[in-house]
Design a binder for this molecule. Structure first.
Ligand SMILES: [Zn+2]
Length: 555
């Protein structure tokens, strides 16, 4: 299809992977007024080149739709990049060096905050305060784990927060204690609030700085749209997005998922409706609601059907936590669905996933079909009986593929405690695709890298990208029968993520009339072995036909 008159921009000589309904290939694309005006051969698009057309010779590089991340936390990820960030390291000695360097470089910061440490680096997943005390004895240190479910603090932080042997565990978390009952330096789940309330929070300006940093980073990775998995409620980033969007700086398209306060009930829906009305500016809109249904396997808070095993492989009494009572979840989801909200549930354990599906089924029965496109993120363990329910109920499976590998947390903190049968139910991407479910993908950054090419690498290979801190270089694939092919992996980060963001009519594929949200890769990964997908890099990213990242490789 072509239109007459010269284009503003023309890409020629490329491997254009359109991700349109037929998944067809082209070699050239024309852009006018920020939209895709023609897709075709070099000869066809060449006819649209006029004296003022900017021509990009792709030289065989790949042009594809801009990537979309279906579950990500950019403002906190960006803020973490600006703070004491441990995400690139993977050893206690490296953590010590980074914290020490950061403390020396920031002598005026009252509290040293940041995060990104890995549980499996420490015995039992619990880092001790003594390690931090040796490096920073005089100032409080407060560091999030990379999965955001635990914090690591030093003695000064415990002291300033008044947390000691007498402090009881809160209902929704616990303090790790030494043999004398003293806090040992790790606090899990809701126990972080005991310390967190004493930490000077980021200012409104800090959040905007974090978002700016994150947007630059994500555009560099070819990402042009995302769903922010927590805005509003306890999280002040809703206003950061609105400020950033109103200033004209928000170049990404963003759907915000408003936080569901699990300590309150259905009465909060009116508040969420008000947030949704207020939460719209530029390319941002807050039209989703995030409900956290369970925790994570590594600290036994993921909701499971059969109890966790102990370290000797014997069943315990612990079946994890349902953060929202299943009947209340049904009522909440039914009401949110009736109000036209999309519901975005965090569910990791097979019981958490089932409770979420049951709630979506209840909403469907009560309200009839909708176009809300509810989704369940993480879906680490899915009972085989529940796999077909995603398609049957129209629920999108929102996967974070980087986790589907053998690495420390999987080997030492997950498989032994789930047991052999249930361990094989993890991240069943191929089963979901075969069942006809829409499989959208995302990173959960800053939990793990937001690089979509690394994530696709894992979805296709089920091994970590070489060089990645978590399991990199491990060649044994994790449940190889659940590998998916590259077209399905690309769809997960383009058209299917666009679908969950209600953006598929304007983005997610290269088709005439859609917005020119595009990414250029340095190569065509289809022409290389699949175990080299992670080596591809993004050289240019565009939103509405405007460059938002340029590595300078295209002339
Ligand atoms: Zn998340």
């Amino acid at each position: 299809m072509t239109r007459s008159g010269p284009a503003d921009l023309a890409f020629l000589g490329g491997a254009v992977y359109t991700v349109d309904a037929a998944r067809r290939w082209a070699s050239a694309v024309a852009v006018s007024d920020g939209a895709i005006s023609a897709v075709g051969t070099d000869a066809e698009i060449g006819r649209l080149v006029g004296p003022d057309t900017e021509v990009v010779e792709l030289g065989g590089r790949m042009l594809l739709p801009g990537f979309q991340d279906a579950h990500v936390h950019p403002p906190s990820g960006g803020l973490e990049m600006l703070r004491c960030s441990l995400t690139e390291a993977y050893a206690v000695s490296e953590y010590e060096r980074i914290v020490g360097d950061y403390a020396r470089a920031h002598p005026d910061e009252e509290w040293i905050t940041g995060g990104g440490w890995s549980m499996d680096v420490f015995p039992g997943g619990n880092p001790s305060r003594e390690v931090l005390d040796r490096i920073v004895p005089d100032r409080p240190v407060f560091l999030w784990s990379r999965d955001g479910h635990s914090v690591w603090v030093n003695s000064r932080a415990l002291e300033m927060a008044g947390v000691d042997a007498e402090t009881p565990d809160p209902a929704d978390g616990w303090i790790v204690r030494d043999e004398r009952g003293e806090p040992a330096g790790t606090l899990h789940e809701g126990a972080y609030t005991l310390i967190d309330k004493h930490v000077p929070g980021p200012t409104a300006e800090d959040w905007v700085d974090g978002l700016r940093m994150a947007q630059t980073y994500l555009h560099r990775l070819g990402i042009t749209a995302w769903q922010d998995a927590i805005v509003g409620g306890y999280d002040p980033t809703l206003d950061a997005y609105l400020t950033f969007a109103r200033s004209g700086e928000l170049t990404a398209r963003v759907v915000g998922a408003l936080w569901w306060d699990r300590h309150r009930g259905i009465e909060q829906v009116d508040e969420l409706i008000a947030f949704r009305e207020r939460g719209r500016a530029g390319r941002f809109r807050a039209t989703s609601v995030k409900i956290m249904q369970d925790g994570v396997v590594e600290n036994f808070t993921a909701a499971v059907l059969e109890p966790y095993l102990d370290a000797n492989g014997r069943p315990t009494e612990n079946r994890g936590k349902s953060f929202v009572d299943p009947e209340e979840l049904k009522a909440a989801v039914t009401r949110l669905d009736a109000e036209g909200f999309q519901v975005h549930v965090h569910a990791i354990g097979e019981r958490g996933v089932r409770e979420a599906l049951d709630a979506f089924e209840a909403a469907l029965e009560a309200n009839g079909p909708s176009d809300n496109r509810h989704h369940i993120a993480h879906i680490q363990v899915i009972h085989p009986d529940d796999v077909p329910r995603f398609r049957a109920l129209g629920v999108v499976a929102n996967a974070q593929p980087l986790w589907a590998v053998y690495e420390g947390q999987m080997n030492h903190l997950t498989i032994p405690f789930l047991g052999p049968e249930r361990s094989n139910w993890q991240y069943p991407f191929a089963s979901l695709v075969r069942s006809g479910a829409v499989l959208a993908m995302g990173s959960d950054w800053s939990v793990s890298s937001p690089n979509p090419l690394w994530e696709m690498h894992v979805a296709v290979n089920r091994t970590s990208p070489p060089g990645y801190a978590y399991g990199g270089g491990n060649v044994e694939p994790f449940l190889p029968e659940q590998r998916i092919d590259l077209p399905n992996a690309i769809a997960g980060f383009t058209i299917n993520a666009a679908y969950v963001n209600h953006l598929e009519r304007e983005t997610g594929s290269i088709e005439v009339g859609k917005r020119a949200d595009l990414a250029v890769l340095d190569r065509n990964p289809f022409e290389h072995p699949v175990d080299r997908i992670a080596e591809a890099t993004v050289v240019r990213t565009l939103v509405d036909g405007e460059r938002v990242f340029d590595a300078g490789d295209l002339g």
